[in-house]
Design a protein around this ligand. Structure first.
Ligand SMILES: [Zn+2]
Length: 132
């Protein structure tokens, strides 16, 4: 039996369920405990299963993703509104500002949860230490 015939190694931390759990702000290991507290602070340990989460190094990743998505949505919306309805510029500015602020506040913690979950799933940084 050659190496090509052997079954692929079992992935005990599949990435897509972890991403889904991270986007819903849940622990990537159990999917039950809250991953964040105080809006953007990552819990040291999951309050339900005790999984260590302090190994995360999300850094500027969530802000970068939030800026990218929010910018593309806001600019597309602004151009569409401008050419479709030709609104008052002050009204357009106020509306787009509200969309940008609201979307940023909504997306930032979700992207942080997603990046922490990806790091957990791929055993990055200290997440690969030992399994329970
Ligand atoms: Zn958990």
């Amino acid at each position: 039996m050659s190496l090509a015939d052997s079954p692929p190694p079992h992935d005990d931390r599949p990435v897509w369920p972890a991403i889904r759990r991270g986007l819903t702000l849940r622990c990537p290991a159990c999917g039950e405990g809250a991953i964040l507290h105080r809006y953007l602070k990552v819990q040291d340990n999951c309050p339900v299963c005790g999984e260590e989460l302090y190994h995360q190094r999300a850094d500027d990743g969530p802000a970068y993703l939030t800026l990218t998505v929010t910018g593309k949505v806001a600019i597309s919306l602004m151009v569409w509104l401008l050419f479709t309805y030709d609104p008052n510029p002050l009204l357009l500015f106020a509306f787009i500002s509200a969309v940008v602020i609201g979307l940023s506040l909504y997306l930032l913690p979700r992207f942080k949860g997603m990046l922490v979950a990806i790091q957990w799933s791929r055993r990055m940084h200290g997440f690969g230490g030992s399994d329970r």
